[in-house]
Write a protein that binds this ligand. Sequence first.
Ligand code: HEC
Length: 103
Amino acid sequence: MNKLIVFLLGFVALNAGANELFAKADLPAGKALHEKNCIACHASSYGGDGSAIYTRDFAKVTNAKGLITQVRNCNTNLGLKWFEDEELNVAAHLNQTYYKFEK
Ligand code: HEC
């Protein structure tokens, strides 16, 4: 019985949807961080406000976890030294505004 419960909890965690992943995110904080650190470069290569990079047909990111991973990689590559909650705030902002993943 206990094993079954552990199994079920693990299953729920693995299948956490965007709502669970982003439940504690601070969207306005994510928006502000994104505006300050991320838009200029995307805009210089994609034009406009740079958001086309998120909505292009062959988007690299295909789910909420992938989005968090991508934001983490950008954070690391750019040496921004964001904390995990800041990465999550930005990923949640991008999801709410552009990607709209449920999973
Ligand atoms: C120095 C330029 C630059 C900066 C700064 C930058 N990016 Fe990017 N970003 C890119 C480029 C170029 C790509 C496309 C990479 C590719 O196609 O493989 C990209 C792709 C992405 C994607 C994937 C888009 C897709 O296909 O779905 C995400 C998400 C993203 N960036 C988030 C961020 C975030 C968050 C920040 C701020 C922390 C950031 N980027 C800062 C250049 C930049």
